[in-house]
Design a protein around this ligand. Structure first.
Ligand code: ADP
Ligand code: MG
Length: 226
């Protein structure tokens, strides 16, 4: 199983006490599954992704990515694992204003130390896959919001991740473009056999996912429940 969380707990200081944000979370996401996680604002969805993506260390419990328990890793090893095995897509596409779509992807290849011809071909193939073959040389301001998110999806796949973590990718998009992005995420999840967690407060996209869970008081529950 590509991504597993077992008994994960996270809390933040809140005045004199602490607020529990993740309460004994258990989760298994197999390769090729698009899991949607919904829940109201503040319910801990982004915190869940931060822990799954080795950006935040939980107080208790274990997170395993691609067979590797994160808890046993030194910080540099954890950074390497994150760069090589985990792709992120955020609410804002976080593209560099001065770089073309192709450059955004090649930057990942540079960071991973393999910026050669094969990487350039992969970047072009991924941009074509997300429907941007003819816009590879555009900068972010020359792309629509939906197109920028598509670049973000292609960029997240550039390093050939095992896990894809996606935080509210549709919040700045209208319904049709939002649907297209979630469909794209589902299709690339199946094609690339990645374990994808898609966080969204928007329940209209749930039918497009392979499975849906809900954050409720720090717990992950079945969507039908509560
Ligand atoms: P969501 O993504 O579902 O909106 P978050 O995971 O961002 O929820 O936040 C869950 C709760 O944790 C919120 O109450 C938020 O204010 C709090 N929180 C998030 N990050 C921090 C932090 N770094 N320090 C303190 N509290 C935080
Ligand atoms: Mg959030």
């Amino acid at each position: 199983m590509t991504l597993t969380l077992a008994d994960v707990r996270l809390s933040y200081p809140d005045g004199d006490s602490r607020t529990v944000v993740l309460d004994r979370i258990g989760l298994v996401v197999p390769p090729g599954e698009l899991l949607a996680v919904t829940g109201p604002s503040g319910s801990g969805k982004s915190s869940l992704l931060a822990v799954a993506g080795a950006l935040v260390t939980p107080e208790a419990g274990t997170v395993t990515v691609d067979g590797v328990p994160l808890g046993g890793l030194r910080p540099a090893e954890r950074d390497r694992l994150r760069r090589s095995r985990i792709g992120f897509v955020f609410q804002q596409s976080n593209l560099l204003a001065s770089h073309t779509a192709l450059d955004q992807l090649m930057l990942i290849a540079h960071i991973n130390g393999a910026p050669g011809r094969a990487a350039a071909e992969r970047a072009r193939r991924l941009l074509a896959r997300v429907g941007l073959a003819d816009k590879a040389h555009r900068r972010p301001h020359q792309l629509s919001g939906g197109e920028r998110q598509r670049v973000g999806v292609a960029r997240a796949l550039m390093g050939d991740p095992a896990v894809l973590l996606v935080d509210e990718p549709t919040s700045a998009l209208d319904h049709d473009r939002g649907t297209a992005i979630v469909e794209l995420l589902r299709d690339v999840t199946h094609e690339h056999r990645v374990a994808t967690v898609l966080v969204t407060h928007d329940t209209q996209y749930l039918p497009l996912a392979d499975r849906a869970l809900r954050m409720c008081d720090g717990r992950l529950v079945d969507h039908a429940a509560a």
